[in-house]
Design a protein around this ligand. Sequence first.
Ligand SMILES: Cc1cc2nc3c(=O)[nH]c(=O)nc-3n(C[C@H](O)[C@H](O)[C@H](O)COP(=O)(O)OP(=O)(O)OC[C@H]3O[C@@H](n4cnc5c(N)ncnc54)[C@H](O)[C@@H]3O)c2cc1C
Length: 497
Amino acid sequence: MSKEYDVIIMGGGPSGFIAAIAAGRAGVRTLLVDKNGFLGGAPTSAALGPISPFHFGDEQVVKGIPQEFIDRMVEYGASTGHMKTLYEHGSGSYSCFYDRERYKWIAYEMVKEAGVDVLFHSFFNRTIVEGNRVTGINVVNKSGENILKAKIVVDATGDGDVAEKAGAEFTFGRMKDGKTQPATLMFEMGNVNTEKLYQFMLENPDEFEWKSDFVPVRKFSDKLSKKYFVAQGFNRFVREAINKEELYIGRDSILLLNSIHPGIIHFNSTRVVNIDATDGDGRTKAEIDGRRQVESIVKFMTKYVPGFENAFLSVTGNEIGVRETRHIIGNYVLTADDVTNGRKQEDVIARGYFPIDVHNMVGREGYGQSDDAGVWTDLKDSYDIPYRALIPTGVDGLVIAGRCISATSEAHGSFRTQGGVMAIGQAAGSAAALSVLNNVHPRDLDVEKLQEYLIENRASLRRDPIAVENEKWKALQSVKNFLADNPNNITSSVFQG
Ligand SMILES: Cc1cc2nc3c(=O)[nH]c(=O)nc-3n(C[C@H](O)[C@H](O)[C@H](O)COP(=O)(O)OP(=O)(O)OC[C@H]3O[C@@H](n4cnc5c(N)ncnc54)[C@H](O)[C@@H]3O)c2cc1C
């Protein structure tokens, strides 16, 4: 099979499906390809928990198509929208709880409305390159090999597969030893007595490294109204079970959250380190190790933790969640210094906001002081993601979207959350479409025109001080109301404990 498009987006994760909507709406013939039979990437296929903030503090810095997607989920009763986290360390300033199954459909619906063609169950095989220009991709599916030609390809595979096969340069993991953030097989347990669990958290603050309630700030479906919480800890139980060799786990604590569905608890609690997720064997080993940990943690929870006595394993990710692999080298490499100091860039196409969150790459310990401990670094300000970081050096016809844009491992630890990669996706899809419409290479695209186009489409490229004041005021009132209605909450007990 051979087909021709203006723009092909390889990968239907949060960066890819948003890029596809942007390209389709700009009026170019667009194809979105994925190996799965649904959209959403890691959030849906790896069964992730809530969407991390679109905010720096109370300032919303990701808007545009990503916010339209959240609004649509809220409208369909499939999400709480952004809720304010009372204690930010570990989760960020806001979280958006959503129904993973509805996410898959709503993403598809918006992609189709943008006039985009979709090809599922198609694995990227190789990049078609003429000279130094990408002119298409070869994917394999039940029909065999497919040649898909395009004027511009957007690599939204997360791993930079298209760029790598085009010969683009990349770094892998962190600079000093090439290690990457760990992979996690997410899972959920059903029939949990969440009231009992919450009561345990209230009464045992010393058992936790951190925990938080979430405060509603905007209106969402009454059906989803309840206490939302996150907690990391259960340290005494974990220590005891590890000592008795009853628990096989890659971490020294359990990280869990509740969900929009009753009695469901989500676990971000397995950890697989020292794997190369771009290697077939490495990925297989990770899946098996992750599943072994799930099996053990489920037994542990039902035996040790109040509220889980009658619970069962209800969901595991279709695949292990891979946080980090390649970083494609582009015309600008975003660094930790740029991120932590809130550096502004002339060619800003999206804004970053999330603290640098690097999970322990080699061992069990959480955030801490040792060389290998995980890192959580708050930012001085929101920072700009430059267009140059989306353009690979030495390769034309290609735009990078998502977690593999040009950055160091540390900087990636910040923009990798969903809001960050969705905002990058809108910019990447718009840049690809504008390059086709103006008949230029993406590297030669007039960035000011791209910025104007993004702003017209409600992307946030700079601070709006009046909106920030309003957002802060609204958040403060919401917190006051929450505390008045919920004097017994797990967050206050963190400060007391
Ligand atoms: C364990 C884990 C926990 C996380 N927790 C959070 C969180 O709490 N909050 C938050 O906001 N973010 C979280 N993230 C981060 C966020 O989900 C990812 O960084 C984000 O999904 C990256 O988006 P992406 O579009 O770049 O790539 P992905 O989401 O990885 O999407 C890539 C897409 O490309 C497809 N693809 C890849 N390779 C091929 C190929 N060779 N052939 C065909 N298709 C291919 C995949 O099927 C997938 O659909 C977490 C990530 C992980 C892994």
